[in-house]
Design a protein around this ligand. Structure first.
Ligand SMILES: [Zn+2]
Length: 416
């Protein structure tokens, strides 16, 4: 071939390749799209498969199929990981992970470094979920995990959600002696002994499979499993956010017989928010050189934001927009029951305080919802109850009114 036509041919092949690379980003949907660009995109994929041997070296010039050296960079582009084949993707999906993107081309570029257990999938350990409770499927729970993680501006690399059912309390006293000092109550069993084993084993295996924790962090893994085991075996009414390491966290809960599904969903999102918040008191205490217990007067803000997120996300999932009304109504009724209640008392009034703070312009809803107040430990100073604006909130969070079928903060509370 003459040099000129060879150059011309290569130019068009680069053009074609660029189209193919665009397709790598837009996935399967392109095949069904009707615009001429999209059709060309789909057609090019076929060419790429046929001539993959020819195209691969050229691909190295393109940013989209660059070689990724860490899961951190790969996950930014492909948040569910990348599988070599449909079969490999389906296998990990059956194990409770989000189905990864299937691309042989992408996989081959980086798999030597990133497919650490050689299962045909790179960086799969991102999000997973398992429900042992009838009434919530693992797929539905994974949808909640996805929704929560996608809401965050800086989520951790890995996030897991787990729910199991428990019955009714054995008595009306908490049983801290059974649960390492935690004030949970023993409940009747719903799971069989075999299902209890499976639930404990699921948590253990998840933790063991984590690939993004440091060696120092993995030291506490055995103790962590032992604690979770006691919760599940003792049918504790636990809802919490175990974080084996900074990159890998979770939200787990026992769904009690007393909770309806909406409440369980709100609780799960509440706990997930704790799990997704990067710098809570446990991480900030050593950074600022304080004992965690000496920071207990800051808990209202972590709880208020988590509860706000829980009600917002559950409403969003149900396609409702009544979350602010629900937050204010619960606090209003709670305050009618005990007008002397303080802002440290419970998450109902703490979530209502978030509404008042948003309306006074002290915080924004979007920053609550994307977790950005917890991107550093600065929030500890900003929301210290001794700050003037916080003193105002502690004094005025009760000023909720009810009129015309709506709950709202009084004008004097909002602009006073
Ligand atoms: Zn909480």
């Amino acid at each position: 071939m003459a040099p000129n036509s060879e150059k011309k041919r290569l130019t068009s092949l680069y053009d074609l390749l660029r189209t193919i690379l665009t397709c790598e980003g837009c996935g399967k949907k392109v095949v069904t799209m009707k615009t001429s660009t999209k059709r060309r995109c789909a057609a090019s994929v076929v060419v790429a498969v046929t001539f993959s041997g020819f195209f691969q070296p050229v691909a190295a010039f393109e940013g989209s199929i660059k070689k990724h050296k860490s899961c951190e960079t790969l996950l930014k582009k492909f948040p569910n990981g990348v599988a070599e084949s449909k079969a490999a993707a389906n296998k990990v999906a059956r194990d409770g992970f989000v189905k990864p993107k299937v691309s042989k081309l992408l996989y081959r570029q980086s798999s030597k470094l990133l497919d650490r257990n050689n299962n045909g999938v790179m960086c799969v350990s991102t999000r997973m979920a398992r429900s042992f409770a009838p009434g919530i499927s693992s797929t539905e729970l994974l949808g909640w995990v996805d929704a929560a993680v996608e809401q965050m501006a800086k989520p951790p690399l890995d996030f897991m959600g787990m729910i199991w059912p428990v019955g009714t309390p054995l008595d009306d006293q908490p049983d801290p002696q059974v649960f390492d000092g935690a004030p949970f109550s023993e409940h009747t069993d719903v799971l069989s002994p075999n299902e209890i084993k499976k639930a404990v084993s699921y948590f253990r295996k998840w933790q063991l499979g984590l690939q993004n924790c440091t060696k120092a962090e993995t030291k506490g893994f055995r103790d962590g499993v032992a604690v979770v085991k006691r919760w599940i075996e003792g049918a504790a009414d636990v809802a919490t956010a175990p974080d084996p390491c900074f990159n890998s966290r979770s939200g787990v809960m026992a769904w009690t017989a007393a909770q309806d599904k909406t409440t369980a969903k709100e609780t799960f999102f509440h706990e997930s928010y704790h799990g997704l918040s990067n710098y809570l008191l446990n991480r900030c205490a050593p950074i600022i050189g304080r004992e965690e217990d000496s920071l207990n007067n800051l808990r209202w803000f972590g709880e208020g934001t988590a509860e706000y997120f829980g009600l917002y996300m559950a409403a969003k999932d149900d396609d409702r927009d009544d979350y602010t009304q629900k937050i204010l109504k619960r606090a209003f009724l709670d305050l009618q029951g005990d007008p002397r209640i303080s802002l440290d008392a419970n998450a109902y009034v703490q979530a209502a305080a978030m509404v008042l703070m948003i309306q006074r312009g002290l915080i924004t809803e979007s920053k609550i919802l994307d977790g950005s107040y917890f991107h550093s430990c600065n929030w500890i100073k900003t929301f210290d109850p001794s700050q003037a604006e916080m003193i105002y909130i502690f004094e005025n969070f009760k000023k909720i009114e009810y009129s015309g079928g709506r709950y709202f903060y009084s004008e004097s509370a909002v602009s006073g």
